[in-house]
Design a binder for this molecule. Structure first.
Ligand SMILES: [Fe+2]
Length: 250
């Protein structure tokens, strides 16, 4: 069994940066990091699914990379709508694919293929697959005999909150068609919505995960913050293609 820890929507700001909706995102991240050091230091992957920073500063990416140094050999990252591609490509060059148009990854773990997609449209809150990723995704998945887990910031599904469902993946239908074509796609793992959610696209299980800082209220017509504690998610991937997942809140 191989454990993945997913953290998402850190929204880190520089040390002198502002609070985010009255939340100190830096303090929340450091609390989460301490917990991970104590309980998940030996996880086999630490995957950060977007909105790593809030104010797009390269020095904050650098600081984050250094803060995650215990996991450098197991760290994977993809961008969210608050991120900027160029500084991510610079800071995380050692752990991402060589692709000028995306910050993405391809990895293997315990018989699973792990694919990290870049859904950042710079200047937009809504997302979609950047560059040549549609073709790359289809050819990569079609070459997989074993189970596949896809990581992407923007959920390719609606979560039931009208304000946020307008800001999800633009090409929901194209993504669903792709999933339908490939039984191997077992898991789709997302951030962006700052809440825990589960649904399915055909045979694939789709999960979203709480932010490490501010939470959004589920089933809200308009923007609303939830008082529930921040959290992260773990996945235990088994060699037979089954898995277990849980959300841990701090
Ligand atoms: Fe976010």
């Amino acid at each position: 069994m191989s454990q993945i820890v997913q953290i998402t929507d850190l929204h880190l700001v520089a040390g002198d940066g502002p609070l985010l909706l009255e939340h100190d995102t830096r303090a929340a991240f450091l609390k989460m990091r301490k917990y991970l050091m104590e309980h998940h230091a030996d996880c086999e992957r630490l995957i950060v699914t977007g909105d790593l920073v809030h104010d797009e500063r390269e020095d904050v990416y650098q600081e984050l990379f250094e803060a995650l140094s215990p996991w450098h050999d197991r760290l994977r990252v993809i961008p969210g709508n608050h991120d900027t591609r160029a500084p991510m490509q610079k800071v995380f060059s050692s752990i991402i694919r060589e692709d000028p148009e995306s910050v993405s990854f391809l990895d293997e773990l315990n018989g699973w293929t792990l694919i990290g997609l870049d859904t950042l449209i710079e200047g937009s809150v809504e997302g979609d697959l950047a560059g040549e990723q549609w073709g790359w995704l289809r050819s990569t998945v079609s070459a997989c005999a074993g189970p596949v887990a896809i990581f992407m910031h923007h959920p390719p599904v609606f979560v039931g909150s009208q304000w946020i469902d307008q800001l999800s993946l633009a090409s929901l239908g194209i993504f669903a068609n792709l999933v339908e074509d490939f039984e191997q796609i077992k898991l789709v793992i997302c951030g962006h919505v700052h809440q825990e959610f589960y649904t399915q696209i055909f045979h694939a299980d789709v999960f979203t995960t709480p932010s490490t800082c501010v939470q959004f209220k589920p089933n809200s017509h308009d923007f609303a913050v939830d008082a529930i504690a921040p959290g992260f998610r773990t996945f235990n991937l088994k060699g037979d293609g089954s898995y277990e997942t849980k959300v841990i809140r701090l």
